[in-house]
Design a protein around this ligand. Structure first.
Ligand code: URA
Length: 246
């Protein structure tokens, strides 16, 4: 692919900006600076640097982010900084069908919720992960205000009715992991679902952390605010195409 087109596809700006970056000697491929924007570059395993920053070519972007507390999952946040400010600029301006769109979060976490969030620029992947048919299990670690009782655990497993739908919602799994701590697995993603489920059984969420989405656990070495590319096999596993993953 032409170097200028590669930079454009990875979110380094308009085609004109990308051509300019190359012509001005800001782009290195392998060991050397390349100054012709039309240079044909092999995409397999491609890494390049733009103004000193190393970048790995990804046809589509699939990432995980450890969402810190006090951030909003919105491009236009109302009160707290947007999670998108935690990502490098190219990820926020990758083109999609000619428009600058960048990666998007798959679902949202509340501003005070921490933990695993997936982002991508692959519309089909967003659709598949969000589809109720797909039933991706999401695991939450809940810090509760009041001591957790066995009755509360049983009710969460049996199903509770929330105010916007007469059909009960159930936890796919639920266990007390401390006097005021629960591990709760959900396969749906209703608005404030964990908080409303806890309220429905007479308790209250004080802290909420998402530790797993389907086969993918939040890595222990991914600190709050950090992001990482997903490996191709992790993307496959999330789509249910591989039985087990890390
Ligand atoms: N349920 C909630 O109540 N909040 C979240 O952020 C995620 C699930």
């Amino acid at each position: 692919m032409r170097l200028e087109d590669i930079l454009y596809s990875q979110g380094f700006g308009t085609r004109r900006v990308c051509a300019g970056l190359v012509q001005q000697g800001f782009v290195r491929v392998g060991e050397g600076v390349v100054t012709d924007p039309g240079t044909d570059v092999d995409l397999a395993g491609l890494r390049f640097t733009v103004q000193g920053t190393e970048w790995a070519y990804h046809e589509k972007a699939y990432l995980m982010l450890h969402k810190p507390a006090g951030t909003e999952c919105s491009q236009k946040p109302s009160t707290y900084p947007s999670i998108y400010t935690l990502l490098p600029v190219p990820l926020r301006q990758r083109p999609n069908k000619g428009a600058v769109q960048g990666v998007q979060a798959i679902g949202r976490l509340d501003q005070d919720t921490t933990g695993l969030l997936l982002l991508t620029d692959d519309g089909q992947f967003i659709h598949r992960m969000g589809s109720p048919k797909h039933h991706v299990a999401k695991v939450y670690e809940v810090g509760a205000k009041h001591p957790v009782t066995q009755k509360q655990v049983d009710r969460l497993l049996e199903g509770v009715v929330l105010d916007d739908d007469p059909r009960p919602v159930q936890a796919a799994a639920c266990e007390a992991i401390g006097p005021r701590q629960l591990r709760l697995t959900l396969t749906e993603g209703k608005y404030h679902q964990v908080k409303r489920m806890l309220a429905a059984v007479g308790n209250r969420v004080e802290t909420l952390h998402r530790s797993r989405i389907g086969p993918l656990a939040l890595p222990a070495d991914l600190a709050p605010g950090q992001w990482r590319w997903l490996e191709p096999e992790q993307v496959e596993a999330l789509q249910g195409r591989v039985p087990v993953s890390r």
